[in-house]
Design a protein. Structure first.
Length: 536
Protein backbone atom coordinates (compact mmCIF):
# COMPACT_ATOMS: atom_id res chain seq x y z
CA UNK A 1 0.00 0.00 0.00
CA UNK A 2 2.89 2.36 0.72
CA UNK A 3 3.97 1.99 -2.91
CA UNK A 4 0.57 3.23 -4.04
CA UNK A 5 0.87 6.25 -1.72
CA UNK A 6 4.28 7.04 -3.17
CA UNK A 7 2.92 6.75 -6.73
CA UNK A 8 0.01 9.06 -5.90
CA UNK A 9 2.35 11.68 -4.40
CA UNK A 10 4.63 11.44 -7.41
CA UNK A 11 1.74 12.02 -9.77
CA UNK A 12 0.57 14.97 -7.74
CA UNK A 13 3.98 16.52 -8.14
CA UNK A 14 3.66 15.83 -11.86
CA UNK A 15 0.29 17.53 -11.85
CA UNK A 16 1.91 20.70 -10.60
CA UNK A 17 4.36 20.57 -13.50
CA UNK A 18 1.78 19.73 -16.18
CA UNK A 19 0.78 22.38 -18.67
CA UNK A 20 -2.78 23.39 -19.29
CA UNK A 21 -4.72 20.86 -21.28
CA UNK A 22 -6.33 22.89 -24.03
CA UNK A 23 -4.02 25.39 -25.62
CA UNK A 24 -5.94 28.61 -25.23
CA UNK A 25 -5.69 31.08 -28.06
CA UNK A 26 -7.29 34.51 -28.19
CA UNK A 27 -9.62 33.38 -31.00
CA UNK A 28 -13.06 33.61 -29.36
CA UNK A 29 -15.11 34.54 -32.40
CA UNK A 30 -17.23 31.33 -32.36
CA UNK A 31 -16.81 31.04 -36.14
CA UNK A 32 -15.44 27.47 -35.86
CA UNK A 33 -15.60 24.53 -33.43
CA UNK A 34 -12.08 25.42 -32.28
CA UNK A 35 -12.94 29.02 -31.40
CA UNK A 36 -16.14 27.92 -29.61
CA UNK A 37 -14.36 25.46 -27.31
CA UNK A 38 -11.49 27.91 -26.84
CA UNK A 39 -13.87 30.68 -25.80
CA UNK A 40 -15.54 28.46 -23.19
CA UNK A 41 -12.32 27.20 -21.67
CA UNK A 42 -10.22 30.35 -22.00
CA UNK A 43 -12.51 32.57 -19.92
CA UNK A 44 -12.84 29.99 -17.11
CA UNK A 45 -9.13 29.93 -16.37
CA UNK A 46 -7.92 31.77 -13.32
CA UNK A 47 -5.93 34.41 -15.19
CA UNK A 48 -8.76 35.19 -17.63
CA UNK A 49 -11.79 34.30 -15.52
CA UNK A 50 -14.98 35.83 -16.93
CA UNK A 51 -18.12 33.68 -16.76
CA UNK A 52 -20.19 36.12 -18.83
CA UNK A 53 -17.81 35.71 -21.78
CA UNK A 54 -17.39 31.95 -21.35
CA UNK A 55 -21.15 31.40 -21.44
CA UNK A 56 -21.31 32.78 -24.99
CA UNK A 57 -20.21 29.32 -26.22
CA UNK A 58 -23.48 27.81 -24.91
CA UNK A 59 -26.64 28.05 -26.97
CA UNK A 60 -29.04 30.41 -25.14
CA UNK A 61 -31.88 28.08 -24.20
CA UNK A 62 -35.19 29.87 -23.98
CA UNK A 63 -36.35 30.33 -20.40
CA UNK A 64 -32.91 29.61 -18.90
CA UNK A 65 -31.41 32.50 -16.94
CA UNK A 66 -27.89 33.81 -17.44
CA UNK A 67 -26.95 32.57 -14.00
CA UNK A 68 -28.02 29.01 -14.88
CA UNK A 69 -26.05 29.13 -18.10
CA UNK A 70 -22.97 30.31 -16.19
CA UNK A 71 -23.38 27.44 -13.74
CA UNK A 72 -23.62 24.96 -16.60
CA UNK A 73 -20.52 26.43 -18.20
CA UNK A 74 -18.66 25.80 -14.93
CA UNK A 75 -20.10 22.28 -14.70
CA UNK A 76 -18.94 21.59 -18.26
CA UNK A 77 -15.38 22.60 -17.37
CA UNK A 78 -15.54 20.40 -14.26
CA UNK A 79 -16.62 17.50 -16.46
CA UNK A 80 -13.66 18.06 -18.79
CA UNK A 81 -11.19 18.30 -15.91
CA UNK A 82 -12.78 15.43 -13.96
CA UNK A 83 -12.66 12.80 -16.70
CA UNK A 84 -9.40 14.03 -18.14
CA UNK A 85 -10.94 15.01 -21.46
CA UNK A 86 -8.73 17.26 -23.51
CA UNK A 87 -8.23 18.31 -27.09
CA UNK A 88 -5.25 19.95 -28.61
CA UNK A 89 -6.08 23.04 -30.66
CA UNK A 90 -4.67 21.28 -33.70
CA UNK A 91 -7.13 18.40 -33.22
CA UNK A 92 -10.19 20.66 -33.10
CA UNK A 93 -11.50 21.66 -36.54
CA UNK A 94 -10.83 25.29 -37.36
CA UNK A 95 -13.01 25.40 -40.49
CA UNK A 96 -16.15 27.49 -40.29
CA UNK A 97 -17.99 25.09 -42.63
CA UNK A 98 -16.94 21.87 -40.89
CA UNK A 99 -19.32 18.98 -41.68
CA UNK A 100 -19.63 15.79 -39.64
CA UNK A 101 -18.90 12.79 -41.88
CA UNK A 102 -21.52 10.60 -40.22
CA UNK A 103 -24.52 12.94 -40.17
CA UNK A 104 -23.41 15.16 -43.07
CA UNK A 105 -24.38 18.18 -40.95
CA UNK A 106 -22.55 21.11 -39.37
CA UNK A 107 -21.92 19.21 -36.13
CA UNK A 108 -18.74 18.51 -34.13
CA UNK A 109 -18.93 15.70 -31.59
CA UNK A 110 -16.78 16.24 -28.50
CA UNK A 111 -16.22 12.62 -27.48
CA UNK A 112 -17.71 9.20 -28.13
CA UNK A 113 -18.07 8.83 -24.35
CA UNK A 114 -20.57 11.71 -24.37
CA UNK A 115 -22.65 11.28 -27.56
CA UNK A 116 -25.15 13.96 -26.53
CA UNK A 117 -22.45 16.56 -25.99
CA UNK A 118 -21.68 18.24 -29.33
CA UNK A 119 -21.24 21.59 -31.09
CA UNK A 120 -23.65 22.83 -33.71
CA UNK A 121 -23.47 25.66 -36.24
CA UNK A 122 -26.40 28.02 -35.80
CA UNK A 123 -26.81 31.18 -37.86
CA UNK A 124 -23.15 31.24 -38.89
CA UNK A 125 -21.72 30.63 -35.38
CA UNK A 126 -20.79 27.52 -33.46
CA UNK A 127 -22.37 26.79 -30.05
CA UNK A 128 -22.78 23.93 -27.65
CA UNK A 129 -26.15 22.65 -28.90
CA UNK A 130 -29.40 23.03 -27.03
CA UNK A 131 -29.41 19.29 -26.27
CA UNK A 132 -25.86 19.58 -24.90
CA UNK A 133 -26.79 22.49 -22.59
CA UNK A 134 -29.75 20.53 -21.23
CA UNK A 135 -27.77 17.32 -20.66
CA UNK A 136 -24.78 18.94 -18.86
CA UNK A 137 -26.26 18.41 -15.32
CA UNK A 138 -26.90 14.73 -16.09
CA UNK A 139 -23.31 14.15 -17.26
CA UNK A 140 -22.01 16.16 -14.30
CA UNK A 141 -23.94 13.91 -11.91
CA UNK A 142 -22.47 10.87 -13.58
CA UNK A 143 -18.92 12.18 -13.24
CA UNK A 144 -19.46 13.29 -9.62
CA UNK A 145 -21.85 10.75 -8.06
CA UNK A 146 -22.82 10.35 -4.41
CA UNK A 147 -22.64 14.07 -3.68
CA UNK A 148 -18.97 14.45 -4.61
CA UNK A 149 -19.80 17.63 -6.49
CA UNK A 150 -20.70 19.16 -3.12
CA UNK A 151 -17.35 18.03 -1.72
CA UNK A 152 -15.67 19.60 -4.76
CA UNK A 153 -17.46 22.94 -4.21
CA UNK A 154 -16.58 22.83 -0.52
CA UNK A 155 -12.89 22.21 -1.24
CA UNK A 156 -12.72 24.91 -3.89
CA UNK A 157 -14.21 27.34 -1.38
CA UNK A 158 -11.09 27.07 0.79
CA UNK A 159 -9.25 29.63 -1.35
CA UNK A 160 -6.73 29.97 -4.14
CA UNK A 161 -3.49 29.59 -2.15
CA UNK A 162 -0.97 27.26 -3.74
CA UNK A 163 1.79 24.88 -2.63
CA UNK A 164 4.37 23.73 -5.22
CA UNK A 165 1.98 24.82 -7.94
CA UNK A 166 -0.96 22.90 -6.41
CA UNK A 167 -3.88 24.55 -4.63
CA UNK A 168 -4.17 23.89 -0.93
CA UNK A 169 -7.64 22.46 -1.42
CA UNK A 170 -6.22 19.98 -3.96
CA UNK A 171 -3.60 18.86 -1.42
CA UNK A 172 -6.32 18.46 1.19
CA UNK A 173 -8.49 16.52 -1.27
CA UNK A 174 -5.54 14.28 -2.11
CA UNK A 175 -4.92 13.57 1.58
CA UNK A 176 -8.59 12.73 2.05
CA UNK A 177 -8.51 10.29 -0.85
CA UNK A 178 -5.28 8.70 0.38
CA UNK A 179 -6.67 8.34 3.90
CA UNK A 180 -9.90 6.75 2.70
CA UNK A 181 -7.99 4.38 0.40
CA UNK A 182 -5.60 3.26 3.15
CA UNK A 183 -8.44 2.68 5.64
CA UNK A 184 -10.56 0.81 3.09
CA UNK A 185 -7.57 -1.32 2.08
CA UNK A 186 -6.75 -2.35 5.65
CA UNK A 187 -10.37 -3.05 6.58
CA UNK A 188 -11.14 -5.01 3.41
CA UNK A 189 -7.95 -7.07 3.66
CA UNK A 190 -8.80 -8.03 7.25
CA UNK A 191 -12.44 -8.85 6.45
CA UNK A 192 -11.60 -10.73 3.24
CA UNK A 193 -8.90 -12.79 5.02
CA UNK A 194 -11.29 -13.84 7.78
CA UNK A 195 -14.12 -14.68 5.38
CA UNK A 196 -11.83 -16.63 3.08
CA UNK A 197 -10.36 -18.56 5.99
CA UNK A 198 -13.86 -19.56 7.08
CA UNK A 199 -14.77 -20.61 3.55
CA UNK A 200 -11.64 -22.76 3.25
CA UNK A 201 -12.40 -24.41 6.58
CA UNK A 202 -15.98 -25.05 5.52
CA UNK A 203 -14.79 -26.60 2.26
CA UNK A 204 -12.18 -28.55 4.26
CA UNK A 205 -9.33 -27.34 2.09
CA UNK A 206 -6.09 -27.59 4.04
CA UNK A 207 -4.27 -24.50 2.79
CA UNK A 208 -1.95 -22.32 4.84
CA UNK A 209 -2.77 -18.69 5.52
CA UNK A 210 0.15 -17.39 3.49
CA UNK A 211 -0.35 -19.55 0.39
CA UNK A 212 -3.92 -18.60 -0.52
CA UNK A 213 -5.62 -16.22 1.89
CA UNK A 214 -3.27 -13.24 1.71
CA UNK A 215 -2.53 -13.52 -2.04
CA UNK A 216 -6.28 -13.60 -2.67
CA UNK A 217 -7.40 -10.91 -0.24
CA UNK A 218 -4.79 -8.36 -1.39
CA UNK A 219 -5.82 -8.13 -5.07
CA UNK A 220 -9.46 -7.93 -3.98
CA UNK A 221 -8.72 -5.02 -1.65
CA UNK A 222 -6.55 -3.28 -4.26
CA UNK A 223 -9.28 -3.66 -6.89
CA UNK A 224 -11.82 -2.00 -4.59
CA UNK A 225 -9.36 0.74 -3.59
CA UNK A 226 -8.49 1.57 -7.21
CA UNK A 227 -12.18 1.60 -8.14
CA UNK A 228 -12.77 4.02 -5.26
CA UNK A 229 -9.82 6.19 -6.35
CA UNK A 230 -11.19 6.36 -9.91
CA UNK A 231 -14.53 7.45 -8.47
CA UNK A 232 -13.05 10.18 -6.25
CA UNK A 233 -10.21 11.43 -8.45
CA UNK A 234 -12.36 13.97 -10.41
CA UNK A 235 -12.72 16.15 -7.30
CA UNK A 236 -8.98 16.97 -7.43
CA UNK A 237 -9.49 18.94 -10.67
CA UNK A 238 -5.96 18.56 -11.95
CA UNK A 239 -5.25 19.67 -15.48
CA UNK A 240 -7.17 17.52 -17.90
CA UNK A 241 -4.08 16.19 -19.64
CA UNK A 242 -2.55 15.00 -16.39
CA UNK A 243 -5.91 13.73 -15.16
CA UNK A 244 -6.26 11.66 -18.33
CA UNK A 245 -2.83 10.06 -17.83
CA UNK A 246 -3.52 9.33 -14.16
CA UNK A 247 -6.95 7.83 -14.88
CA UNK A 248 -5.48 5.73 -17.67
CA UNK A 249 -2.98 4.14 -15.29
CA UNK A 250 -5.68 3.46 -12.70
CA UNK A 251 -8.00 1.98 -15.33
CA UNK A 252 -5.22 -0.35 -16.42
CA UNK A 253 -4.52 -1.42 -12.85
CA UNK A 254 -8.21 -2.03 -12.14
CA UNK A 255 -8.71 -4.97 -14.56
CA UNK A 256 -5.19 -6.20 -13.75
CA UNK A 257 -5.99 -6.76 -10.06
CA UNK A 258 -9.39 -8.17 -10.99
CA UNK A 259 -7.62 -10.59 -13.30
CA UNK A 260 -5.19 -11.62 -10.54
CA UNK A 261 -8.11 -12.08 -8.13
CA UNK A 262 -10.11 -14.33 -10.44
CA UNK A 263 -6.97 -16.16 -11.59
CA UNK A 264 -6.14 -17.13 -8.01
CA UNK A 265 -9.79 -17.87 -7.28
CA UNK A 266 -9.71 -20.48 -10.06
CA UNK A 267 -7.08 -22.39 -8.07
CA UNK A 268 -9.33 -22.54 -5.00
CA UNK A 269 -12.34 -23.66 -7.04
CA UNK A 270 -10.33 -26.33 -8.84
CA UNK A 271 -8.78 -27.52 -5.56
CA UNK A 272 -12.30 -28.03 -4.24
CA UNK A 273 -13.32 -29.91 -7.41
CA UNK A 274 -10.19 -32.07 -7.07
CA UNK A 275 -11.18 -32.88 -3.48
CA UNK A 276 -14.67 -33.89 -4.62
CA UNK A 277 -13.24 -35.91 -7.51
CA UNK A 278 -11.10 -37.94 -5.11
CA UNK A 279 -14.25 -39.09 -3.28
CA UNK A 280 -15.89 -40.48 -6.45
CA UNK A 281 -15.26 -43.90 -7.95
CA UNK A 282 -14.62 -42.48 -11.42
CA UNK A 283 -10.99 -41.68 -12.17
CA UNK A 284 -12.03 -39.57 -15.17
CA UNK A 285 -12.95 -36.74 -12.77
CA UNK A 286 -9.35 -36.61 -11.57
CA UNK A 287 -8.21 -36.15 -15.16
CA UNK A 288 -10.86 -33.49 -15.85
CA UNK A 289 -9.86 -31.13 -13.01
CA UNK A 290 -6.39 -30.20 -14.39
CA UNK A 291 -7.90 -29.63 -17.85
CA UNK A 292 -10.63 -27.46 -16.32
CA UNK A 293 -8.00 -25.47 -14.39
CA UNK A 294 -6.02 -24.70 -17.54
CA UNK A 295 -9.14 -23.86 -19.54
CA UNK A 296 -10.52 -21.45 -16.92
CA UNK A 297 -7.19 -19.68 -16.58
CA UNK A 298 -6.95 -19.16 -20.33
CA UNK A 299 -10.51 -17.75 -20.37
CA UNK A 300 -9.68 -15.41 -17.45
CA UNK A 301 -6.57 -14.10 -19.23
CA UNK A 302 -8.49 -13.49 -22.48
CA UNK A 303 -11.30 -11.64 -20.68
CA UNK A 304 -8.73 -9.61 -18.75
CA UNK A 305 -7.02 -8.55 -21.97
CA UNK A 306 -10.37 -7.49 -23.45
CA UNK A 307 -11.11 -5.41 -20.32
CA UNK A 308 -7.73 -3.71 -20.61
CA UNK A 309 -8.38 -2.87 -24.26
CA UNK A 310 -11.81 -1.54 -23.38
CA UNK A 311 -10.35 0.70 -20.67
CA UNK A 312 -7.93 2.00 -23.27
CA UNK A 313 -11.01 3.17 -25.22
CA UNK A 314 -10.36 0.57 -27.89
CA UNK A 315 -13.50 -0.59 -29.67
CA UNK A 316 -13.52 -4.27 -28.74
CA UNK A 317 -16.67 -4.89 -30.79
CA UNK A 318 -14.58 -4.40 -33.93
CA UNK A 319 -11.98 -6.77 -32.50
CA UNK A 320 -14.60 -9.37 -31.63
CA UNK A 321 -16.12 -9.07 -35.10
CA UNK A 322 -12.70 -9.61 -36.63
CA UNK A 323 -12.09 -12.56 -34.34
CA UNK A 324 -15.43 -14.09 -35.33
CA UNK A 325 -14.59 -13.83 -39.04
CA UNK A 326 -11.09 -15.11 -38.43
CA UNK A 327 -12.54 -17.81 -36.19
CA UNK A 328 -14.77 -19.01 -39.01
CA UNK A 329 -11.78 -19.29 -41.33
CA UNK A 330 -9.79 -20.99 -38.60
CA UNK A 331 -12.65 -23.42 -37.94
CA UNK A 332 -12.75 -24.40 -41.59
CA UNK A 333 -8.99 -24.93 -41.61
CA UNK A 334 -8.96 -26.83 -38.31
CA UNK A 335 -12.00 -29.07 -38.61
CA UNK A 336 -10.17 -32.10 -37.24
CA UNK A 337 -8.93 -30.19 -34.20
CA UNK A 338 -12.43 -28.89 -33.42
CA UNK A 339 -13.85 -32.37 -33.96
CA UNK A 340 -11.36 -33.76 -31.46
CA UNK A 341 -12.28 -31.02 -28.98
CA UNK A 342 -15.98 -31.88 -29.18
CA UNK A 343 -15.07 -35.56 -29.01
CA UNK A 344 -13.25 -34.94 -25.72
CA UNK A 345 -16.29 -33.08 -24.38
CA UNK A 346 -18.49 -36.05 -25.26
CA UNK A 347 -16.09 -38.40 -23.47
CA UNK A 348 -16.23 -36.27 -20.31
CA UNK A 349 -20.03 -36.02 -20.51
CA UNK A 350 -20.93 -39.62 -21.48
CA UNK A 351 -18.04 -41.27 -19.60
CA UNK A 352 -17.77 -44.39 -21.77
CA UNK A 353 -14.60 -45.26 -19.86
CA UNK A 354 -12.38 -43.91 -17.12
CA UNK A 355 -8.71 -43.89 -16.28
CA UNK A 356 -7.47 -47.43 -15.71
CA UNK A 357 -10.20 -49.20 -17.73
CA UNK A 358 -9.28 -51.90 -20.20
CA UNK A 359 -10.81 -50.90 -23.54
CA UNK A 360 -10.73 -52.46 -26.98
CA UNK A 361 -11.70 -51.04 -30.34
CA UNK A 362 -10.64 -50.73 -33.94
CA UNK A 363 -6.86 -50.59 -33.84
CA UNK A 364 -6.32 -50.43 -30.06
CA UNK A 365 -6.40 -52.71 -27.06
CA UNK A 366 -5.10 -51.62 -23.69
CA UNK A 367 -5.59 -49.56 -20.54
CA UNK A 368 -6.72 -45.91 -20.60
CA UNK A 369 -3.89 -43.81 -19.19
CA UNK A 370 -4.87 -40.18 -19.94
CA UNK A 371 -7.76 -38.30 -21.56
CA UNK A 372 -6.78 -34.92 -23.01
CA UNK A 373 -8.58 -32.23 -24.99
CA UNK A 374 -7.27 -33.62 -28.28
CA UNK A 375 -6.50 -37.30 -27.80
CA UNK A 376 -6.74 -40.25 -25.44
CA UNK A 377 -3.61 -42.15 -24.49
CA UNK A 378 -3.89 -45.93 -24.14
CA UNK A 379 -1.17 -48.12 -22.65
CA UNK A 380 -1.13 -51.31 -24.73
CA UNK A 381 -0.23 -54.74 -23.40
CA UNK A 382 3.12 -54.36 -25.19
CA UNK A 383 3.74 -51.47 -22.74
CA UNK A 384 3.66 -48.97 -25.61
CA UNK A 385 1.45 -45.86 -25.63
CA UNK A 386 -1.12 -45.28 -28.38
CA UNK A 387 -2.61 -41.79 -28.88
CA UNK A 388 -6.05 -41.86 -30.50
CA UNK A 389 -7.85 -38.64 -31.54
CA UNK A 390 -10.97 -38.12 -29.46
CA UNK A 391 -12.97 -37.37 -32.61
CA UNK A 392 -12.36 -40.92 -33.82
CA UNK A 393 -13.14 -42.44 -30.43
CA UNK A 394 -16.47 -40.58 -30.36
CA UNK A 395 -17.43 -42.15 -33.72
CA UNK A 396 -16.26 -45.73 -33.12
CA UNK A 397 -17.55 -48.60 -31.01
CA UNK A 398 -15.48 -48.92 -27.84
CA UNK A 399 -15.74 -52.12 -25.82
CA UNK A 400 -15.04 -51.27 -22.19
CA UNK A 401 -13.79 -54.46 -20.63
CA UNK A 402 -13.27 -52.61 -17.37
CA UNK A 403 -17.03 -52.25 -16.82
CA UNK A 404 -17.61 -56.01 -16.77
CA UNK A 405 -19.27 -57.30 -13.61
CA UNK A 406 -18.10 -60.83 -14.43
CA UNK A 407 -15.35 -62.28 -16.62
CA UNK A 408 -16.41 -65.16 -18.86
CA UNK A 409 -14.51 -68.43 -19.22
CA UNK A 410 -15.66 -70.77 -22.01
CA UNK A 411 -13.90 -73.95 -23.11
CA UNK A 412 -14.56 -77.47 -24.38
CA UNK A 413 -13.30 -80.31 -22.20
CA UNK A 414 -12.67 -83.25 -24.55
CA UNK A 415 -12.57 -86.83 -23.22
CA UNK A 416 -11.85 -90.03 -25.10
CA UNK A 417 -14.55 -92.04 -26.88
CA UNK A 418 -13.95 -95.11 -24.73
CA UNK A 419 -15.14 -93.26 -21.62
CA UNK A 420 -18.28 -94.97 -20.28
CA UNK A 421 -21.50 -92.97 -20.16
CA UNK A 422 -21.65 -93.32 -16.36
CA UNK A 423 -18.17 -91.89 -16.05
CA UNK A 424 -19.07 -88.96 -18.30
CA UNK A 425 -22.16 -88.27 -16.22
CA UNK A 426 -20.19 -88.34 -12.95
CA UNK A 427 -17.44 -86.21 -14.44
CA UNK A 428 -19.93 -83.53 -15.55
CA UNK A 429 -21.50 -83.43 -12.10
CA UNK A 430 -18.04 -83.10 -10.56
CA UNK A 431 -17.26 -80.15 -12.83
CA UNK A 432 -20.42 -78.41 -11.62
CA UNK A 433 -19.38 -78.99 -8.01
CA UNK A 434 -15.98 -77.40 -8.73
CA UNK A 435 -17.81 -74.26 -9.91
CA UNK A 436 -20.03 -74.22 -6.81
CA UNK A 437 -17.11 -74.54 -4.40
CA UNK A 438 -14.75 -72.00 -5.94
CA UNK A 439 -15.03 -68.67 -4.02
CA UNK A 440 -14.77 -66.39 -7.08
CA UNK A 441 -17.17 -68.02 -9.55
CA UNK A 442 -20.71 -66.89 -10.32
CA UNK A 443 -23.07 -69.38 -8.70
CA UNK A 444 -26.39 -68.29 -10.23
CA UNK A 445 -25.44 -68.68 -13.86
CA UNK A 446 -23.15 -71.32 -15.41
CA UNK A 447 -23.48 -74.19 -17.91
CA UNK A 448 -21.65 -77.51 -17.81
CA UNK A 449 -23.05 -80.16 -20.20
CA UNK A 450 -22.02 -83.04 -22.45
CA UNK A 451 -22.40 -80.94 -25.55
CA UNK A 452 -21.33 -82.78 -28.73
CA UNK A 453 -19.54 -85.66 -30.41
CA UNK A 454 -16.31 -84.37 -31.83
CA UNK A 455 -14.10 -85.84 -34.52
CA UNK A 456 -11.92 -87.54 -31.95
CA UNK A 457 -13.55 -86.83 -28.59
CA UNK A 458 -16.65 -86.44 -26.48
CA UNK A 459 -17.01 -82.66 -25.97
CA UNK A 460 -18.19 -81.22 -22.64
CA UNK A 461 -19.15 -77.52 -22.65
CA UNK A 462 -17.64 -75.68 -19.67
CA UNK A 463 -19.18 -72.15 -19.56
CA UNK A 464 -18.70 -70.16 -16.33
CA UNK A 465 -18.06 -66.60 -15.04
CA UNK A 466 -15.52 -65.24 -12.55
CA UNK A 467 -16.36 -62.37 -10.21
CA UNK A 468 -12.93 -60.68 -10.16
CA UNK A 469 -11.91 -57.04 -10.81
CA UNK A 470 -8.59 -57.46 -12.63
CA UNK A 471 -7.24 -59.53 -15.48
CA UNK A 472 -4.51 -60.93 -13.24
CA UNK A 473 -7.15 -62.19 -10.78
CA UNK A 474 -8.99 -63.81 -13.68
CA UNK A 475 -5.86 -65.67 -14.75
CA UNK A 476 -5.29 -66.89 -11.20
CA UNK A 477 -8.91 -68.10 -10.91
CA UNK A 478 -8.65 -69.92 -14.25
CA UNK A 479 -5.46 -71.59 -13.04
CA UNK A 480 -7.15 -72.85 -9.88
CA UNK A 481 -10.24 -74.17 -11.70
CA UNK A 482 -8.19 -75.91 -14.42
CA UNK A 483 -6.07 -77.68 -11.79
CA UNK A 484 -9.21 -78.89 -10.01
CA UNK A 485 -10.54 -80.26 -13.33
CA UNK A 486 -7.31 -82.22 -13.89
CA UNK A 487 -7.39 -83.63 -10.34
CA UNK A 488 -11.01 -84.70 -10.76
CA UNK A 489 -10.25 -86.40 -14.08
CA UNK A 490 -7.32 -88.31 -12.51
CA UNK A 491 -9.49 -89.36 -9.59
CA UNK A 492 -12.30 -90.71 -11.82
CA UNK A 493 -9.97 -92.26 -14.38
CA UNK A 494 -11.25 -90.04 -17.16
CA UNK A 495 -8.76 -89.49 -19.94
CA UNK A 496 -8.54 -86.31 -21.99
CA UNK A 497 -8.67 -86.83 -25.75
CA UNK A 498 -6.16 -85.67 -28.28
CA UNK A 499 -6.36 -85.84 -32.09
CA UNK A 500 -6.11 -89.52 -33.21
CA UNK A 501 -7.15 -91.60 -36.20
CA UNK A 502 -8.04 -95.31 -36.22
CA UNK A 503 -7.92 -97.32 -39.49
CA UNK A 504 -10.37 -100.25 -39.78
CA UNK A 505 -10.04 -102.88 -42.55
CA UNK A 506 -13.44 -104.43 -43.27
CA UNK A 507 -11.93 -107.53 -44.90
CA UNK A 508 -8.48 -109.08 -44.61
CA UNK A 509 -7.33 -112.33 -46.23
CA UNK A 510 -7.71 -115.22 -43.81
CA UNK A 511 -9.64 -113.16 -41.25
CA UNK A 512 -13.37 -112.81 -40.64
CA UNK A 513 -15.05 -109.56 -41.64
CA UNK A 514 -15.08 -106.79 -38.95
CA UNK A 515 -18.45 -105.56 -40.15
CA UNK A 516 -21.08 -106.63 -37.62
CA UNK A 517 -23.95 -108.73 -38.90
CA UNK A 518 -27.25 -107.08 -39.56
CA UNK A 519 -29.74 -107.17 -36.68
CA UNK A 520 -33.38 -107.67 -37.52
CA UNK A 521 -35.93 -105.02 -36.53
CA UNK A 522 -37.67 -107.23 -33.95
CA UNK A 523 -34.44 -107.80 -32.01
CA UNK A 524 -33.62 -104.06 -32.11
CA UNK A 525 -37.06 -103.20 -30.71
CA UNK A 526 -36.63 -105.72 -27.89
CA UNK A 527 -33.22 -104.33 -26.90
CA UNK A 528 -34.49 -100.73 -26.93
CA UNK A 529 -37.49 -101.64 -24.80
CA UNK A 530 -35.27 -103.37 -22.26
CA UNK A 531 -32.95 -100.34 -22.09
CA UNK A 532 -35.69 -97.91 -21.28
CA UNK A 533 -37.28 -100.42 -18.88
CA UNK A 534 -34.15 -100.30 -16.79
CA UNK A 535 -34.31 -96.46 -16.70
CA UNK A 536 -37.72 -96.55 -14.95
Amino acid sequence: MRHIVFVLLFFCWGAAQAQQTIETLPDTSLISPRSCINNHYYFLQEQHFDKSKSVRSLFPVQGMSEKKLERRALQLKQIYDGVGFYNSVKDIPGQADYIDSLSNEHIYRISKNFPKLYLEKIEGKWYYSKESVLVIPVIHQRVYPYGMDKLLNMLQGLGDNQFLGIYYWQVLGLLIILGICVIVYQVLTHIASNLLERVLLRLKLNKTHGLIIKPLSKPFSLFVVISLAILMLPILQFTAKFQAAFLLILRLLQPFFLLVLIYRLVDIICDYFAKVARTTESTLDDQLVPLLRRFLKVVVVIIGMLLVLQNLDYDITTLLAGISIGGLAFALAAQDTIKNLFGSLMIFVDRPFQIGDWVTGSGFDGTVEEVGFRSTRIRTFHNSVTSIPNGKIADMTVDNMGLRSYRRYKTMIQVTYDTPASAVELFVEGLREIVRQHPETRKDYFHVYFNSYGAHSLDILFYIFFSVPEWGDELRARHEVNLEIMKLAEHLGVRFAFPTQTLHMEEFPGQPSMTPGAMDRQEMEMRMASYFETKK
